[in-house]
Each structure stands twice: as structure tokens, then as C-alpha cells.
Design a protein around this ligand. Structure first.
Ligand code: CP3
Length: 341
């Protein structure tokens, strides 16, 4: 199917664009009252994510309501542990929680490499429905967590400020850590390929907890596996977003991907120098900038756009949009990018 607004795909590939494309990480979610209404019609986040018709509906909401240049499939990075045999729960106001975690070789033996199309058929179905309903208006982004970030949740069992259990395992059980990371990597490759087969036009890898590792450990326990994924998945453009990995920017230059996501701690011109001209950069407005009034949001957005001017860019925030942001300020951000000359 021909995509009418393909700005995102052209910008990712470094082709000419009339204007910079814009979307927001976590655009499908609690910022929209329309999302909360759908969410209240089911028992919780997981049921919503596992009901393909509803997942497709909330995926498309930000395209209709906010005017973004891409949809991102409504799901979560934690569907991979579940598909490998480690289910999660989403605890209201607290976030993800795993009744069982991985701490030994025998825990590992209970897990399997996920087959994307079968074990995650509900996401695949949601992508197929979304593609049909989008009818080529904008591209659909598929995604997965980076192996290290998924490992962190599987070992820790929940979110954490330090992920000290997960980081401890890298020191105390490096072999076991690598075995688990490889299983996650193989599952993720299967999953991303199934998403692409179902219609995802671009895929993004979220390494949300990149920033809690040191540079050497990041290379050994994260980048190595991201590299495997990038080398294995070549059907569509890829984006790697490693939050807090300022120390890995030079290494990212050589990754087999089209786009690198920047968080708002990363300076734009220094990032461009480290990553080079041959990649598109995505980001990176501080999500907190959207707490400002319309003039302040416009000023902050223009300031960001000026710094990316003249080089390959996809506009976004430096991390997911915060759930209590006023959707009108999201619209100001989007409109400012769209009218930037
Ligand atoms: O971007 C989108 O709009 C698509 C949907 C999406 C969700 N999660 C839906 C969601 C995406 C891309 C994610 C990715 C995700 N999930 C990441 C990587 C990005 C990042 O933020 O760093 C991570 C670390 C997770 C894990 C996760 N899921 C946490 C920590 C939480 C709880 C905290 C929170 O933000 O609510 C979730 C829950 C979650 N995932 C919600 C949504 C819409 C909220 C659930 C609800 O509706 O109650």
C-alpha cells in the first residue's frame, strides 16, 4: 500500500523532505481523554493491549486527534518476557510487576525463545487491523525493548531507580546474563520480523535503561545485542533510542540503523559531531517543556528546531510524553514543528 504522508520514512532514509516529520514517544496513552475512555471499558492495560480491535483504535487516536506524522502500535516492551514465559502485571499507579523473576540457571531453563507471529499473535493482529484502518495515511511504527532493558525488568521484577539486582547479575553471573540476553535478542528479532511482515513500516528499539550502565558494560551487555538485532532486521528503517547513553554516541555511528534517538540531556550539535552526518537524529525536546504555556512551548520547540536545522531530523521529545501533559500543549509542539521553516 502506498503511504500518502511518508515524511517519516523519507527523513529516516535521509531523503529530501518538505518539512520535518513529528511524532511523540508514548503518544498513544493517558494524555488523551479518548484513550482513558477506551481504557476504562476494559479491566486494565493488559486486556487493552491484548484486544487487537481496541489496540488499533488507540493507536490511531493520536493521528486523528493530534496530527502526528506516524502511528506507533499500542503495546508494551514487556510483552517479550511474557512471550518467553515470564508474565507481567500492570499495577495501577505503580507500573509493571513480575510475579516470577530470573535469578538462576534453573529459572532460565523455564524460559523459551519467543516466536513473534505465534506467541505475540495479538500484537500482529493489532498491526494488521491498524494498517487497514490507517489506509496509508501515515506510516506505522513497530517497536521492541532493547535486550538489556528487557533483562533489567526480568531480573529486577519491577521498575527501580537503580536496578541493582539486574546490575549485580552482570557482575556475579556474567555467563548466565549473556545466555538470557541472547534468548531475549533471538525473541526480539523474531518479534520485529513478524511486526514488519504484518505491516510495520519502521521499527524502534527502546533502551530505556541504557544510562545506568558504564561504557564498558554498555558495550558488552547492551550494544552487542542491539547490533545483532540491527544486523538481522533489514526490511525497514530502524531507530535506536538509548536513553542516557551519552557515552555510546560514537559507537552508535557504526550501528546498522538509519536513526538514533537523542534524549534531552544530549547536546544536539555535539551529538551530530559524534554520530556523524550519515544518520537521522530523532528528538529531543525535554518532555517537561510541555508544562509551559503556549508561548513557552513554541519558543522551546523553535529553539530545538534551529539546532537541528539543515541536517537529517525527526522531531520528537527526548523521552515519552508525561501522562499529565495537556494535549493542547502537545498540539502546540506539533504545529510549531510543522510550520517551522
Ligand atoms: O508510544 C506509544 O504510544 C505506544 C505504546 C507504548 C507503551 N509502552 C504503552 C504503555 C510504548 C512504546 C511503550 C514502551 C515502554 N514500556 C517502555 C520504553 C519507553 C520508555 O518509556 O522508556 C518502557 C520502559 C515500558 C515499560 C512500562 N510500561 C512502564 C514502566 C509502565 C508504567 C509507567 C507508565 O508510563 O505508565 C508501562 C505502562 C504503559 N505502557 C502504559 C501505556 C499506555 C500505561 C498503562 C495504563 O494505561 O495504565
Amino acid at each position: 500500500m502506498q503511504i500518502q504522508n511518508d515524511l517519516l520514512l523519507r527523513a529516516a532514509k535521509g531523503e529530501k523532505v518538505e518539512r520535518t516529520p513529528v511524532w511523540l514517544m508514548r503518544q498513544a496513552g493517558r494524555i488523551l481523554p479518548e484513550y482513558r475512555a477506551v481504557r476504562e471499558s476494559v479491566s486494565g492495560f493488559i486486556e487493552l493491549a491484548q484486544t487487537p480491535e481496541l489496540a488499533a483504535e488507540v493507536t490511531i487516536q493520536p493521528v486523528d486527534l493530534l496530527g502526528v506524522d506516524a502511528a506507533i502500535i499500542f503495546s508494551d516492551i514487556l510483552v517479550i518476557p511474557e512471550a518467553m514465559g515470564l508474565p507481567y502485571e500492570m499495577v495501577e499507579k505503580r507500573g509493571p510487576w513480575f510475579p516470577n523473576t530470573v535469578s538462576s540457571a534453573s529459572d532460565l531453563q523455564k524460559l523459551r525463545v519467543a516466536d513473534g507471529a505465534n506467541d505475540l499473535s495479538y500484537v500482529i493482529k493489532a498491526i494488521e487491523i491498524t494498517k487497514k484502518e490507517l489506509n496509508g495515511r501515515v506510516p506505522l511504527i513497530g517497536f521492541a525493548g532493547a535486550p538489556w532493558t528487557i533483562f533489567a525488568y526480568m531480573v529486577e521484577g519491577s521498575g527501580s531507580k537503580t536496578f541493582s539486582k539486574a546490575r549485580a547479575m552482570l557482575y556475579t553471573e556474567p555467563k548466565l546474563s549473556h545466555l538470557l540476553l541472547q534468548m531475549i535478542t533471538d525473541s526480539t528479532i523474531n518479534y520485529l520480523k513478524a511486526q514488519i511482515q504484518a505491516g510495520a513500516d519502521l521499527v524502534q528499539i527502546f533502551d530505556s535503561w541504557a544510562g545506568i550502565l558504564g561504557p564498558e558494560q554498555y558495550e558488552e551487555f547492551s550494544l552487542r545485542y542491539i547490533r545483532q538485532i540491527c544486523d538481522a532486521v533489514n526490511e525497514v528503517p530502524k531507530t535506536v533510542f538509548a536513553k542516557g547513553a551519552f557515552f555510546a554516541r560514537e559507537a552508535m555511528r557504526k550501528l546498522n540503523c538509519e536513526t538514533i534517538g537523542l534524549d534531552w540531556n544530549m547536546g544536539i550539535s555535539e551529538s551530530r559531531k559524534m554520530i556523524g552526518e550519515n544518520k537521522t537524529l530523532q528528538g529531543n525536546l525535554d518532555p517537561a517543556a510541555l508544562y509551559g504555556n503556549p508561548d513557552q512551548v513554541r519558543t522551546a520547540t523553535i529553539q530545538m528546531m534551529e539546532q537541528f536545522k539543515g541536517s537529517r531530523h525527526i522531531a520528537n521529545l527526548g523521552h515519552g510524553v508525561y501522562p499529565d501533559i495537556d494535549p493542547d500543549m502537545v498540539k502546540v509542539f506539533i504545529q510549531t514543528v510543522k510550520s517551522f521553516k
